[in-house]
Design a protein around this ligand. Structure first.
Ligand code: ADP
Length: 449
């Protein structure tokens, strides 16, 4: 992992180190000041007992004062009588301390000597006309505090460097899955969508994220696969009529035919062109549907009127095959739908029924309302759909009998379009095989009460 100032690892380490430094500093200050206060308290107790001891000697055996001098070389005190020095130890003299008002009793306080040394000093009366000043150097306390400060100054940077190193290594380890995922993701393209991101621990945040991305990749892979199949099937379907048109044209050119025969060939070529146009229209409808377009304008329409119009439009085709096309639709039946799209679904069902039902067959179209749903049913007594194909007839380019293409059958897009069209209107499509033979296709839409 490269270290960049903006990298999460660097930022994590910095935050961690800064927070740690803050905590350590606060702790140190707390320790430093409490140690200082405790040492000064000790010192004050010493000053106090020294003061009491000397005051007692002064009161009881003033001649023994000089013994203090020999006993404790470091002792510093001064006894004033009417502002004149009655007695002072050499240590006090050397300190150069001057006390402004020695007869006033004060608790121990810090005073700085002219040489810069700090003393804890206590003054107070110690007998008639006597003022006693006791001084104890703060030097040992200062030394302890200085040592503490030096240890801290050396230990803090060293500790922080170690903590930063440790933190950086830890952050690096934790963030390793991100690097691995990034490296793998970098290599994923439309060519190898089957590749997946590595999941180190599916329970942690990165593992969960990798799983989410992997599921997204699966969906993308499926989508791409569908698209690839669709393009391949579409090209194949377009190729067939084009080949026919080409060969009919080429053969006609090679032959020496009369005008009627040429007209016949041109007619046959135009039929194929018409099929091609229908196919291109269907493909366009589906690709637009995939792209989320066209924007449907759903509004309240009368389903009875829509069904009647569609049936009447298709009636000539049924009559050509002498089929009995009957309609039962009592209206009005208000539904919320985009008229053109829903009509497309119904026309495809009617077209199939007419196409696949033999000559003189029967086709029944029914509109009914039950509970909160509106049903538009197209029933025929044609060959029906074998149960093993029932689940797949709504797939794109799926045909029950592949050999029927080119004759009665289409490219296998009609039901896929019908399914999309009814679903886009908030409904669904159902297929029911009839025991008596034939099939029923049903458009189910929510009914407006
Ligand atoms: P096509 O353009 O081939 O008609 P569809 O998607 O409309 O494609 O239909 C898919 C297949 O379902 C058709 O090839 C046909 O075999 C079968 N099919 C559709 N409607 C009927 C029907 N009413 N009766 C029998 N088979 C049908």
């Amino acid at each position: 992992m490269r270290l960049q100032p903006s990298s999460v690892r660097v930022r994590l380490t910095l935050w961690y180190t800064v927070i740690l430094a803050g905590i350590v500093l606060a702790l140190f200050l707390a320790v430093f000041f409490s140690v200082k206060a405790s040492l000064i308290r000790h010192l004050d107790r010493d000053v106090e007992s020294e003061f009491q001891a000397i005051a007692q000697v002064l009161a009881e055996e003033p001649n023994e004062l000089s013994e203090f001098e020999t006993e404790g070389a470091g002792r510093a005190f001064q006894v004033l009588k009417m502002n004149d020095v009655l007695f002072e130890t050499p240590a006090f003299r050397q300190s150069g301390l001057r006390v402004a008002d020695p007869a006033t009793p004060t608790p121990a306080r810090t005073v700085k000597s002219p040489a810069g040394t700090r003393f804890r000093l206590k003054t107070g009366p110690a007998g008639p006309d006597l003022a006693l000043t006791v001084a104890v150097t703060e030097e040992p306390v200062r030394n302890v505090l200085r040592t503490l400060m030096i240890i801290f100054m050396l230990a803090l940077p060293a500790g922080l460097i170690l903590a930063a190193l440790g933190g950086s290594i830890m952050a690096g380890r934790l963030l390793r899955p991100v690097d691995l995922m990034a490296a793998r993701a970098e290599k994923i393209s439309t060519e190898n969508l089957s590749s997946r991101l590595p999941v180190e621990d599916p329970r942690d945040e990165f593992g969960r994220m990798a799983n989410v991305i992997n599921r997204m990749l699966s969906r993308l892979e499926e989508g791409f696969e569908r698209l690839r199949r669709f393009t391949a099937d579409a090209s194949h379907e377009l190729r067939t009529p084009l080949t026919v048109i080409q060969s009919v044209g080429e053969v006609a050119l090679q032959e020496n035919l009369d005008a009627a025969a040429y007209r016949d060939r041109i007619g046959s070529m135009l039929e194929d062109v018409a099929r091609l146009s229908r196919l291109v229209d269907s493909l366009l409808t589906l690709t637009r549907a995939d792209a989320g377009a066209p924007a449907l304008r759903r509004k309240e329409i009368d389903a009875a009127r829509l069904v009647t119009q569609a049936v009447e439009d298709m009636r000539p085709l049924a009559e050509e095959k002498r089929q009995d096309l009957s309609l039962s639709a009592a209206g009005p039946v208000p539904i919320q739908a985009d008229e053109a799209t829903l009509r497309l679904a119904l026309v495809n069902l009617l077209d199939n029924a007419i196409k696949y039902t033999p000559t003189s067959g029967t086709i029944v179209v029914k509109l009914r309302v039950r509970d909160k749903e509106t049903f538009i049913e197209v029933t025929d007594n044609g060959p029906g759909i074998p149960i093993e194909h029932a689940g797949r007839v709504f797939d794109r380019f799926y045909r029950v009998d592949q050999s029927r293409t080119g004759q009665a059958g289409g490219a296998g897009l009609g039901l896929a379009i019908a399914k999309w069209a009814v679903e886009a209107n908030g409904g669904r499509i159902e297929l029911e095989n009839r025991e008596a033979g034939g099939s029923t296709f049903r458009l189910v839409l929510p009914h407006i009460l």
